[in-house]
Write a protein that binds this ligand. Structure first.
Ligand code: PLP
Length: 500
């Protein structure tokens, strides 16, 4: 059985939706020179923005916890040795107390500390933009809106959780944090947050992205972080992988093992995770809370909500507050996750207890998984190369409150180029999956004549992903599809709980 280092080397270790056209006058919504409706764009002097009916949209004061409203509570994480539910003491080598409380909280809303709000106000509220030019290109009656998180300093939604995670660690006297990163968006977000609160930051970056994205590494270094390619020779977990495959491209699962090992072995060091866990998804709900207000302000209700899923945090962040409204019977949008065809945990994985990392050091979590030792092919959406899905998203999927499908990368880049050439923004390869799914839906609307409102999570820009665009534009990008045999092999290594 995989070694459980974490648990051996330390102490054991109301909204009111209106359906219809936007009716805002100029006093309500300000029209950009591009003709987009820029709703609730951040205004640094007052921290608020004038929206419909002169209602100011503020940065949310609370995060929303979907668990409080679910008819069935999600299955608990289990200790990998005793198979009993994980206790707060079990988590404590990795996380500060406040985050452990949030991880296990049943509270519906959790107050955001003022110090965190002060930092959020550097880029929040983020804009909700109507993609009119894309609609025109597609000749669709659908109305496409996107909530754009690329305005954060690191260029994605990831600082929404990096900032509170680092802040809670700083409040409990922690000086060093470690993490993994795939695309580099999460690592750079954590490096940014550490630079604000004066913590040391060390990052294991998945080898494939470390090589493909040198500028992300430089961003992390600019914000003061130390960056290692993963697998590395620094950790036992990394050395074990390199012994088997010296040219391993790495994976998020391996990089998590490395960072968790370092945190578990060093009492002065905690671990931060950029996705998957409940507290991470909780922090991201600022996206959906703002978006609900912004859509209310223009009298628009989403019919379809689309987001890409790696570990599930940007998707959950946008969708969960809308699912609350759906469960309350106020709206009934389709909620749709999009994953890469090369790493389809929701659509092809099994719903089972599995480790969050490759080496098997983390608690067992019930999630949709391709097997913890599955190493996805090096697709360009590095942030979507994770073998599992957030337990909370997996649970919501299992309850039937959302749907999922997988798209190959060439279609995603085709969509990203159409988006860039109409809307101007160059998307990161991860939200390019959401764009491709949005285009599919908009073209379906063209066939049926429906004027659905599509809301899309545009979770980051791709300014440091241009080598991937180069590949697409040169015609040398290939589709790395579902590695059926390798996935079957790794699924065979998922712990068999019936024998425990
Ligand atoms: C821009 C971007 N989008 C999406 C993701 C996927 O993560 P999640 O599913 O947690 O949003 C990542 C992960 O690194 C990312 O960098």
């Amino acid at each position: 059985m995989a070694q459980s280092l974490l648990f051996s080397s330390k102490t054991i270790c109301s909204n009111h939706f209106l359906k219809g056209e936007e009716t805002c006058g100029l006093s309500n919504v300000f029209k950009t020179s591009l003709g987009h409706l820029k709703l609730s764009h951040s205004c640094r002097s007052t921290k608020t923005t004038t929206c419909a009916a002169s209602q100011p949209i503020e940065v949310p004061r609370q995060w929303y916890n979907l668990i409080a409203d679910l008819p069935v509570k999600p299955p608990p994480a289990l200790h990998p040795k005793t198979y009993k539910p994980v206790t707060p003491q079990d988590w404590s080598p990795l996380f500060p107390e406040e985050l452990i409380k949030q991880e296990n909280s049943d509270a519906r809303f959790i107050d955001i500390p003022q110090e965190v709000i002060d930092v959020y106000e550097l880029w929040r509220p983020t804009p909700l933009i109507r993609a009119k030019r894309l609609e025109k290109l597609l000749d669709t009656p659908a109305k496409i809106y996107y909530k754009y998180e690329g305005v954060s300093p690191a260029g994605s939604h990831k600082p929404n959780t990096a900032v509170p995670q680092v802040w809670y660690n700083s409040q409990e006297g922690i000086k060093n944090v470690v993490t993994e990163t795939g695309a580099g968006q999460w690592g750079s977000s954590l490096a940014f947050a550490c630079s604000l609160f004066g913590l040391n930051c060390e990052v294991w970056q998945v080898r494939a992205s470390y090589d493909q994205k040198p500028y992300r590494k430089l961003m992390m270094q600019t914000w003061g972080a130390k960056v290692h390619p993963s697998p590395s020779t620094i950790t036992e977990a990394g050395r074990r992988i390199l012994e088997k495959d010296p040219a391993s491209p790495g994976s998020l699962g391996i990089a998590i093992s490395e960072a968790v090992e370092v945190a578990a072995k060093n009492p002065d060091t905690k671990y931060c995770l950029g996705s998957v866990l409940n507290h991470v998804l909780l922090h991201q709900t600022v996206i959906g809370e703002e978006c609900i207000k912004q859509m209310e302000a223009i009298g628009v209700t989403p019919d379809v909500i689309i987001g890409c899923t790696g570990g599930g945090s940007n998707f959950g962040g946008l969708a969960f507050p809308f699912i609350r409204e759906k469960l309350a019977g106020k709206i009934n949008p389709l909620i749709r996750a999009v994953e890469p065809a090369a790493c389809p945990s929701l659509t092809k994985g099994v719903y089972a207890y599995d480790y969050g990392d490759t080496a098997g050091m983390t608690p067992l979590m019930k999630m949709h998984t391709l097997g913890h030792d599955f190493i996805p092919d090096p697709i360009h959406a590095g942030g979507l190369r994770y073998h599992g899905m957030a337990p909370l998203i997996s649970h919501v999927y299992d309850l039937g409150f959302m749907e999922a499908f997988a798209i190959p990368q060439i279609e995603c880049f085709r969509g990203a180029i159409q988006f860039a050439r109409t809307e101007g923004l160059i998307p990161a390869p991860e939200p390019a999956h959401a764009i491709a799914a949005t285009i599919r839906e908009a073209l379906h609307c063209k066939e049926t004549g429906e004027s659905k409102v599509i809301l899309m999570a545009m979770c980051g820009h791709g300014h440091f992903d241009l080598p991937a665009y180069d590949k697409y534009l040169q015609g040398s990008m290939v589709d790395l599809s579902y590695a059926k045999e390798r996935i079957q092999e790794s699924m065979a290594n998922i712990p068999n709980m019936s024998q425990k």
